[in-house]
Design a protein around this ligand. Structure first.
Ligand code: LLP
Length: 418
């Protein structure tokens, strides 16, 4: 599952002692295992080997160019959602022909850039977007490839903020409206339909919602192929869940076993867009305990990382395991593990039993490889954490800790205030 483990009492990533990383780089620091990342990619690749497929890593989950590069070198394609992510993908050496571009609000500039770079296809979410892509491709005297994102109206049984495949969601189009979009493609000179896409949500631990969606997608794809015979790809999105605490998610093989028979029925090439499955357990956030504050009603362990570094507990009530980086014999306390940010929502865990840390000791927040650094901010004017990648017995900084100068870069005082 991952390459973080105790070697006697010391927490290691691959063959690197996490304490050494913190000593040389400081805290808070994200530590990624190259081996875990690439092993997770290979798991999917093996699981899908029975069909023609492409694994497009979802860049939004972990966007560091070193992470992208590691996966691109394994053969990964990429799922992007902005011009910024396209820039990262290209900087990391991705092949644009393996890039799919999703999102409900692509701008004209983003569309133009992606067409010029020659991405595989846009996932179209509305008729208005299709019209704009056609216009931009026309002005560049070329043809843009598209898939239509379908909203199959299936409940993926996940956190309400992580559901995207229900009718009420802003994402995708219902099948009945999607036919019109494929027909419209045929009437437009500068777009070609290459695929059908869906993405029903995130941290989905069971293959059943995918099967339920695909049972609708199979007959749908038959009709679509009649309208647009050029359709080649069935992109079933990402969303496959991982273990944070005591979940028992379907494995890549379980997913494959459940969905591949349906995919084969369509005769289309498969695209999957996993983010969390690949990156989630490939990273930790290492923080340092600053104070243990005991009040008559509660104990707080105050650490030097905050919700600006890792917002998932505050935003979704997500539970991440938190473990000591050096295991000592200690009394166990029940404490809230909180950051320095001026918000009551700034917590990593509530009422958590942990071995009582002493000031200066390090804690590792597990499952921090996806949607953690990539969702971090400078709130409270806190420089963002460093990111480190471990490879065997070596580690390298892949993003420097921000400085105070970084915080004000691009800002200026207007003339009238000078
Ligand atoms: N494809 C599309 C079109 C997506 O919107 C997403 C994620 C993915 C693929 C990858 O999903 P994954 O395999 O990583 O579940 N911030 C939330 C997760 C938001 C997911 C957004 N879309 C979190 O921290 O749990």
């Amino acid at each position: 599952m991952h390459d973080f483990y105790y070697k006697s009492r010391r927490f290691c990533c691959e063959s690197v002692d996490v304490t050494e990383v913190a000593r040389s780089i400081g805290t808070p620091v994200y530590v990624y295992s190259h081996k875990t990342l690439t092993d997770h990619y290979k798991k999917w690749d093996r699981a899908l080997s029975g069909v023609e497929h492409m694994i497009c890593f979802s860049v939004k989950s972990s966007s560091n160019i070193a992470v992208i590069r590691a996966l691109v070198r394994c053969g990964a394609g990429l799922d992007i959602v902005s011009g910024g992510e396209l820039f990262r993908a290209l900087t990391a050496g991705a092949d644009p022909a393996k890039v799919v571009f999703a999102g409900v609000g692509k701008t004209e500039e983003e569309i133009a850039l992606a067409i010029k770079e020659g991405i595989l296809m846009f996932t179209v979410e509305s008729m208005g977007e299709l019209e704009l892509i056609n216009k931009v491709a026309g002005s560049l005297s070329t043809e843009a490839r598209i898939a239509v994102r379908i909203n199959p109206d299936v409940d993926p049984g996940t956190h309400k903020y992580l559901k995207t495949g229900k009718k009420q969601s802003k994402f995708g189009l219902e099948m009945e409206n999607a036919y019109e979009v494929y027909e419209a493609v045929n009437a437009m000179p500068n777009v070609a339909a290459k695929g059908i896409q869906m993405h029903i949500g995130s941290q989905i631990t069971d293959a059943a919602p995918y099967v339920e969606s695909l049972e609708k997608m199979v007959p749908f794809s038959e009709r679509v192929k009649k309208i647009c015979p050029g359709v080649e790809y069935l992109d079933i999105g990402g969303g496959m869940g991982i273990v944070y605490t005591n979940e028992t998610p379907a494995t890549a093989d379980d997913f494959a076993k459940a969905v591949l028979p349906l995919v084969k029925e369509t005769g289309l090439k498969l695209i999957v867009e996993p983010g969390r499955f690949i990156a989630g357990n490939a990273g930790i956030l290492v923080v340092k305990a600053l104070y243990v504050k005991r009040t008559p009603s509660k104990t707080f362990v105050i650490v030097d990382g905050g919700m600006n570094d890792l917002i998932r507990p505050a935003l979704y009530g997500a539970r991440h395991e938190i473990v000591p980086v050096v295991r000592e014999e200690r009394e166990t306390i029940t404490a809230d593990i909180v950051g320095p940010v001026c918000e009551s929502g700034d917590f990593f865990a509530r009422e958590r039993e942990i071995p009582a840390p002493r000031s200066g000791e390090l804690l590792a927040i597990m499952g921090a490889g996806a949607y953690c650094f990539s969702m971090s901010s400078n709130y409270n004017s806190r420089p963002r954490a460093a990111e480190v990648m471990v490879h065997g017995g070596e580690f390298e900084v892949v993003r420097k800790r921000e400085t105070y100068e970084d915080l004000v870069r691009g800002e200026s005082v207007p003339d009238f205030l000078l």
